[in-house]
Design a protein around this ligand. Structure first.
Ligand code: HEM
Length: 312
């Protein structure tokens, strides 16, 4: 356990940060203007700026972003936990953006575009999984030093993660309902809960490609968790009968299973790291902890793509 106390260096004076949530105004440049600037600076980076900010800081509101880290304890490990939690929220957002756009491309029958996007989605999940390399350096004693200050906060209350689960098809009305008291968050999550997932759209796409899909898989209560459908398994079997790169549906199936594989590995790493840090203690969010997470690790996205591995 780190017995030493954290020293938090003061980097930004919060009184100078513009709290606005909108993109800050910035000039647009061009090849021509950049060439001119490089001429006037003699090739050295610019260092003189007007006002109280600079273009890099304004582009991504960096001073605001770096003013949002507020550990609540004297526990040394809390800063690491706090920053990694925020980093993961950003990465969940990046992942959701890709999945949402892959879904739009599938709806437009642009399977090659969706495949290109899914390459990045998979890379993002892998990257998110690697966050456990850092988080698992938190020892049980180190975690105990700040755990009480989490109150009943738990990653299970991440609405961004819930968006990721929902767009992939793992709908859960009960877990979603935790956000119904947040009018700035609930409408989008409720809409995600009650709309087709990416996988639902992939199934509709298989149907448009002439594969026989039951109407029960094409029109259903989207707020319910996806239940494997024999006609979908049969359709994938037909696709996998021609396992060549020229078969775009086959490539789509393999791309989805690679994504599902990474997601399962992410959940597994969370489960193992949690067991390493808190053992069999209950979670802060009200669950039994590791026991509940184990049940999560058993879930697989796109179940028919797993099932055909047996019958293939
Ligand atoms: C490093 C220490 C961590 C521990 C000991 C831990 C522990 C747990 C536990 C026990 C649960 C079950 C729900 C409950 O709290 O009762 C849970 C769920 C969850 N945690 Fe963590 N967690 C840790 C870090 C994180 C981080 C940094 C994130 C990312 C933001 C995260 C994301 C989640 C998510 C998304 C769930 C819900 C899983 C699902 O619904 O499938 N956890 N965590």
């Amino acid at each position: 356990m780190p017995s030493y106390k954290p020293q938090i260096p003061k980097i930004v004076d919060p009184s100078g940060v513009s709290p606005g949530l909108q993109a800050r105004p910035m000039p647009v440049t061009s090849d021509q203007s950049r060439a001119y600037t490089a001429q006037t600076t003699g090739g050295k980076p610019m260092v003189d700026f007007e006002g109280t900010s600079n273009p890099y800081v304004d582009y991504q509101s960096i001073d605001l972003l770096l003013s949002l880290q507020h550990p609540r304890s004297e526990g040394y490990d809390e800063m690491c936990f706090f920053v990694m939690g925020q980093v993961k929220e950003l990465l969940f957002k990046a992942l959701h953006f890709e999945l949402y756009n892959a879904q739009q491309q599938i709806r437009a029958d642009a399977v090659d575009n969706a495949l290109e996007i899914l390459v990045r989605a998979k890379a993002l999940v892998q990257y998110i999984g690697d966050s456990w390399n850092v988080l698992s350096t938190i020892s049980p004693a180190g975690f105990n030093q700040f755990r009480d200050t989490l109150g009943t906060a738990s990653g299970q209350l991440s609405f961004m993660y819930r968006h990721v689960e929902f767009i992939l098809g793992n709908k859960n009305a009960r877990l979603a309902s935790a956000f119904r008291n947040m009018p700035h968050v609930w409408p989008a999550l409720q809409s995600a809960l009650t709309s087709p997932s990416l996988y639902d759209d992939v199934i509709a796409f298989l149907g448009r490609k002439g594969l026989a899909i039951d109407t029960g898989a094409l029109q259903r209560d989207w707020s319910q968790a996806y239940v494997p459908n024999p006609s979908v398994e049969q359709a994938w079997m037909q696709v996998y009968a021609n396992p060549v790169p020229g078969n775009a549906l086959y490539r789509l199936g393999e791309s989805l299973i690679a994504l599902a594989d990474q997601l399962s590995q992410y959940r597994w790493r969370h489960f193992v790291s949690v067991q390493r840090i808190i053992g069999m203690k209950p979670g802060t969010g009200g669950s039994a902890g590791v026991g509940w997470l184990q049940h999560v690790t058993e879930h697989r996205f796109f179940p028919e793509l797993w099932a055909i591995r047996t019958s293939f």
